[in-house]
Design a binder for this molecule. Structure first.
Ligand SMILES: CCCCCCCCCCCCC/C=C/C(=O)SCCNC(=O)CCNC(=O)[C@H](O)C(C)(C)COP(=O)(O)OP(=O)(O)OC[C@H]1O[C@@H](n2cnc3c(N)ncnc32)[C@H](O)[C@@H]1OP(=O)(O)O
Length: 719
């Protein structure tokens, strides 16, 4: 797991060997301890180079080991032995040096990186801190402000930035190991005293207290309840204020709290969930590893509203040539300007040229004829989409994949309007499409494995977390959102305010509560869908009670708000008041409160006190319950898919792991018991009725979330 060889006569070369990223497993750590000892003992060796196999230095501690009993030599003394060694040690960094990998490099006396390498301390994104001395050595090397930035954000830096910051001593375009070997020979025999970071003082900083106070305030605000970023600040503060040994003690103490926390488990679960969703499988048996993705070099986007523009930008950023089509001249002209602007701003940030030449515009659908893949993003109207698909099917070359960006309409119905339904899949992007990480790839019953694989691969190329889901109204994300929003409206009827509901959800960790989020997305969107679903407006049969639809409880509150022309931020009024149309700052609105009071009085509803627990349980458990139904229906293959969708597309706090993981942390029996309780209190709300799968999981002993797939498989095979 760490190979020892002699090169250039007197240099020991230690190569970490643990594919795919040379993570520091127990065996690798043992290998490093043994080979370093050997190099230090060997009288013929005067210097050491440490590198990683297959062009990757090291991806850090082995995350898989964290949930288990730890064994093997610990990292801290291992790195200390390297730093204390009397022979010069150089880290030859290719590929990545992340987390424990960078901490290992910081223990070396010199660091030489390849120009394409990326370095960072991303432990915070796993709910941890760099506890192998990283929180103490990095501030001593690059100063407190830069170390705080890297450690609290976990961001990766390029070799060029690492050189500028002083993390590495040299960057090369040549063979990094050869350069390191040559270099280490040039310093062999010299004293390494000044190169041991643990012996250096932290560069002094005026107004230390004020700096840390400011940073702590900012970090607490953006952490939204996550504890690791706060612990990271505390650890760096120890580096700045304490001698190294005491700083290490503090690092260990803080890590002790984080290591076994639920948040660390949640974040590590998210890490693996994000990777698990790439290994998709469909009920048909089609799988990621047996389905061939087709290369896409030319795409077309049809409909250049907000979504179409974002998708065009995202494709061009990926290097795909795009023809952007809108039949309305005015919309086309506006889109041209908007897309170019977005591409230019993004390029400016990156310091590169904008890929303007990759985008062509047309007002004629015919321009999509030779595209390899088309993404339809016209207005969310079934008849309109059907007509576009019919035309595309006639226009496009044989083999063109036809995708729809619908947020919930029937993909199979659209496929039925084409000559090749197997080439049709949904590609549901989230606004703004060039920024948001999530892509739901919606597989209809007739979508071919190649079509799914192609959409998944294209999503990955675009930097998205692509999740394959089945076809049903709202797919996964929006289907679960519906009962969540519905509960929030019911709570208003019963006595809550938008402020209370939002406060509870934001305290939980959501970036925005449900009402603030609805105001941002536009209340008219849901109104239009409810009209199409015949839940409101003239289509509702006369004599139907206002608060009942299709035999269930219904809240017309959102419809009434829309009837007042209050569509949220865009009109300056919605559930909140904004300074002007398009304003961003939500203010409590006395009009809304009087409106709620009048509404309750009109319907004989008596407002009662609703506590935070009820708000949280009713909103979240009803959403989770729908998640179980989705698993039971086979619309999502496993809980990781649902959790990835919620974390990357719906602002679910990552340190809570996603709704299904959260349910497992709360305890499935508890979730079941609370749903039963609320369903008894509200028997006219079917969404509160605990789902069959939840009951069965509880009956089978509430297995951990990682084992649900097996249980679901077993249940389905028994049907
Ligand atoms: C009572 C309590 C006492 C407390 C005491 C505790 C003692 C413990 C002290 C320990 C101190 C630890 C301090 C250090 C901590 C760390 O180092 S944490 C890890 C930090 N590193 C990372 O976060 C990097 C994670 N990986 C990545 O970001 C990416 O994988 C990559 C390296 C950039 C490569 O990306 P890409 O090429 O896109 O490949 P992927 O698909 O992401 O990954 C490929 C497979 O590799 C697996 N993998 C990646 N990194 C790790 C890892 N560090 N450990 C284990 N496995 C890893 C990944 O899951 C993929 O696997 P498959 O899906 O199976 O292919």
């Amino acid at each position: 797991m760490a190979q020892y060889s002699r090169v250039a006569g007197s240099v020991a070369l230690i190569t970490l060997q643990n594919p795919p990223v040379n993570a520091l497993s127990a065996a690798v750590r043992q290998g490093i301890v043994d080979t370093v000892e050997r190099a230090l003992r060997d009288p013929e060796v005067n210097s050491v180079v440490i590198c990683g196999q297959n062009g990757k230095f090291c991806g850090g501690a082995d995350i898989k080991e964290f949930g288990r009993q730890m064994s093997g030599p610990p990292l801290v003394p291992m790195i200390h032995a390297i730093e204390a060694g009397h022979k010069p040690m150089v880290a030859a960094i290719e590929g990545v040096a992340l987390g424990g990998g960078l901490e290992l490099a910081l223990g070396c006396h010199y660091r030489i990186a390849h120009s394409k390498a990326r370095l960072g301390l991303p432990e915070v994104s796993l709910g941890l801190l760099p506890a192998a001395g990283g929180s103490q050595r990095l501030p001593r090397l690059i100063g407190v402000p830069a170390a705080l930035d890297l450690i609290t954000t976990g961001r990766h830096v390029t070799a060029a930035e690492a050189l500028k910051l002083g993390i590495v001593d040299q960057v090369t375009d040549h063979n990094t190991v050869d350069v390191a070997v040559k270099f280490v020979q040039s310093v062999a025999g010299q004293s390494m005293d000044s190169r041991r970071l643990s012996t250096r003082p932290c560069p002094s900083l005026p107004n230390l207290d004020a700096v840390f106070e400011g940073v702590m305030q900012r970090v607490r605000q953006s952490a939204r309840g996550a504890i690791a970023p706060v612990a990271c600040v505390q650890a760096v503060r120890a580096a700045a204020t304490l001698p190294y040994p005491q700083g290490m003690e503090r690092e260990k103490e803080l890590m002790g709290t984080l290591f076994t926390s639920g948040q660390a488990r949640a974040l590590q679960y998210c890490f693996f969930a994000q990777r698990a969703v790439g290994k998709w499988s469909l009920p048909s048996g089609a799988r990621w590893d047996t389905s061939k993705a087709m290369p896409i070099s030319k795409a077309a986007v049809i409909g250049l509203g907000t979504m179409g523009r974002g998708i065009t930008v995202a494709l061009a950023q990926t290097g795909v040539s795009v023809v952007a089509v809108d039949t309305q001249e005015r919309q086309l002209a506006e889109a041209k300007q908007a897309v170019s602007g977005m591409l230019e701003r993004m390029a400016q940030k990156r310091g590169s040229a904008p890929p303007l030449g990759l985008v062509h515009y047309s007002n004629n659908l015919q321009a999509a004829a030779d595209a390899d893949l088309v993404i339809e993003a016209v207005f969310e109207d079934m008849a309109l989409k059907e007509s576009v698909f019919q035309q595309l099917s006639a226009i496009c070359k044989p083999g063109t994949f036809l995708c729809t960006n619908t947020s919930g309409l029937d993909v199979d119905r659209l496929a039925s309007h084409t000559r090749r339904p197997e080439l049709v899949v949904g590609m549901h992007f989230f606004a703004p499409a060039h920024v948001m990480k999530l892509l739901e790839v919606v597989c209809g019953p007739r979508s071919s494995p190649e079509a799914v694989a192609t959409a998944m691969q294209l999503g990955k190329k675009m930097g998205k977390v692509s999740v394959a889901v089945g076809n049903c109204p709202g797919f996964v994300g929006n289907r679960m959102l519906k009962p969540y929003v519905e509960q929030a409206n019911f709570l208003l009827e019963e006595g809550a305010t938008p402020e209370l509901v939002d406060q509870v959800l934001e305290d939980f960790g959501f970036a925005m509560g449900v009402f603030r989020m609805s105001d941002l997305s536009g209340l008219d969107v849901g109104w239009r869908i409810r009209k199409a679903d015949k839940l409101t407006d003239p289509s509702v049969p006369a004599g139907q009670p206002v608060r009942v639809r299709q035999g269930r409880r219904y809240s017309p509150l959102a419809d009434l708000i829309c009837e007042q022309g209050r569509f949220g931020q865009k009109t300056g009024q919605g559930w909140y008041h904004y300074d002007k149309p398009g304003g961003r700052v939500a203010r409590s609105d006395p009009w809304l409160h009087s409106f709620l009071e009048e509404y309750r009085a009109r319907h004989g509803l008596v407002a009662r006190h609703i506590d935070h627990q009820e708000v949280l349980e009713r909103c979240l458990y009803v959403l989770i319950n729908e998640g179980f139904r989705i698993l039971d229906d086979g619309i999502a293959a496993g809980p990781e898919d649902i959790d990835a969708i919620y974390v990357f597309g719906y602002g679910w706090p990552r340190h809570r792991g996603g709704p299904m993981f959260y349910a497992s942390m709360v305890g499935l029996a508890r979730v079941l018991e609370r749903l039963e309780h609320y369903h008894q209190a509200h028997p006219d709300v079917p969404h509160l009725q605990p789902c069959r799968l939840l009951r069965r999981l509880v009956a089978s002993g509430s297995p951990p979330v990682q084992r649900w797939r097996e249980v679901i498989k077993r249940l389905h095979s028994q049907l």
